[in-house]
Write a protein that binds this ligand. Sequence first.
Ligand code: AMP
Length: 216
Amino acid sequence: MRLVLLGAPGSGKGTQAQRLQAHFGVPQVSTGDLLREAVAAGSALGRAAKAVMDAGQLVADDTVLGIIRERLARPDADRGFILDGFPRTLAQADGLAALLRELGRPLDAVVLLDVDPDALTRRLTGRRSCRNCGRVFHLVSNPPPAGELCTSGAPHELFQRDDDREETIRARLEVYRERTQPLVEHYGRRGLLRRVDADGSLDEVQARLEAAIGRS
Ligand code: AMP
């Protein structure tokens, strides 16, 4: 299963990718998570990426392609992967196509999580992540289960991502419209695109996703 999850910030890509990972047994590959790990580690890459990410802008295509090339070379990606938040530009889509051609592993499908644009800001401002286990919650629609412990053996310690504040959210949605939305048509022309209505409960959206993937 080699999949791209496409959608605006706040469309639920990360949450659904985590669920599909469990369902299909292939890793979620999130460039946002990989970049945040680099920021937390204080590497040269992380130091360069932090300001760009905090401003809601995109990290350079070559940088992100390098991260993906490295990640897909790890053995757990042999059986497939769910790309979450990548590609985000036409140049990244071309770079991905070239890499997968080289590896002889073409994409099975690109699934667009379609959400009412007015709902996106609401979704993003309520988003919280667990500092220890990385799970993503929402204060209203997906609160962390009371009493459940995360991988650290302690209750989920929630934090809000620096780029989930209102000013940055506006920039990220604009960047999505300008740079990433053209990928919908790009993959549509190649017969790879499946549209999934992403308004609904997490279980409903997951069921629609699995049905759309099953048809591919
Ligand atoms: P995400 O967690 O996918 O929302 O990504 C958070 C931030 O990381 C984005 O706003 C970008 O600054 C950066 N980022 C993640 N993926 C990419 C990508 N494919 N291309 C460029 N920048 C990215």
